[in-house]
Design a protein around this ligand. Structure first.
Ligand SMILES: [Zn+2]
Length: 80
């Protein structure tokens, strides 16, 4: 059995060398696992950092939702 499996991720930030958003990380996905660009094999960083980038994506969507809620709560005083 070949245990050298790896998984591909898509990061919001592109590779500093070739701009590709596809990266490869070992299947174990431990925080200190190295993350490499799938295209040119440049080391992007560790999995912890990559995961942080991924976690930041949905957060901006949440901020948008919070903004909508705030806007709904604020009464628009167009008519008095
Ligand atoms: Zn690259």
């Amino acid at each position: 059995m070949n245990e050298d499996f790896s998984v591909e991720l898509r990061l919001p930030k592109g590779c500093p060398n070739c701009g590709s958003h596809k990266v490869t990380v070992s299947q174990a996905q431990k925080p200190d696992d190295r993350v490499f660009c799938s295209s040119c094999n440049t080391e992007i960083g560790d999995y912890q950092t990559a995961k942080q980038m991924l976690d930041e994506m949905p957060r901006s969507e949440n901020e948008q939702l919070i903004e909508d809620v705030v806007n709904n709560r604020k009464p628009s005083s167009t008519e008095e």
